[in-house]
Write a protein that binds this ligand. Sequence first.
Ligand SMILES: [Zn+2]
Length: 283
Amino acid sequence: MTFGKISNLFRRERPDPAEAPSHWIKCKNCQAIMYYKEVVAKLYVCPKCGLHMRISASDRIGLLADEGSFVEYDANLKAVDPIEFIDKKSYAQRLEESVKKTGRNSAAIAGECTIDGAPLQLVIFDFDFMGGSLGSVEGEKIVRAADRAIAKRQGLIIVSASGGARMQESTFSLMQMAKTSAALKKLSEAKLPYISILTDPTFGGVSASFAFLGDVIIAEPGAMIGFAGARVIKQTIGADLPEGFQSAEFLLASGLIDMVVGRDKLKTTIAQLVKYMSTVRAL
Ligand SMILES: [Zn+2]
């Protein structure tokens, strides 16, 4: 395994309001009109209603990793088109468009960093790349991150933002659910911590595999999390769904996740949990 190149995208620390454009935006939840720089300064959380807006994968790295500590691995892994899938467009074309849009080769960014000084493996899903879907490359990156964690005796953090398995890879993408689960089982047997962070949205084969296998499962406030979408479930069971269904808070109340943590507290929470779990392991 070799060290990947450190992209310029990861050099900055928290999102810098000074670099943000000077315009006004409307919160899609409370409709408040806000100065964009103010929203950036608040880590893309609406200062009026607390809506946690979706953020880019590079901002997410800036939010969690200690400044300048993130080193990316496996950035050159690129998907192939195993079944030559075509819907409205070919898979090859969709891949090409996503690479152009995000400047990356896949929907997962994997690397090593320190979080409050603790060295960890970090995998972050990029929703802008084909809806953060899980394909063979994304699965492979998770497995390699888990293997690196075991080799270096480190914890693993995965931040999910995904519509689920990538249908364009059919069974090849479904197999990633088993493959990532098996890698996490090895991490668990090595008694190393795995913390799963669920952000808006986390669905399908991602929530049905590694996203819900964390020793601790944390969600951001208001994140929508589930397997199938609410509309599909409603049509299938022919009944109204409870209020707040599939929200992070609903899942917490139902006992499916461990914590709902605001974006401003996410980094310190992860650092505390890793420290705690490392202490327990040492006893
Ligand atoms: Zn708002």
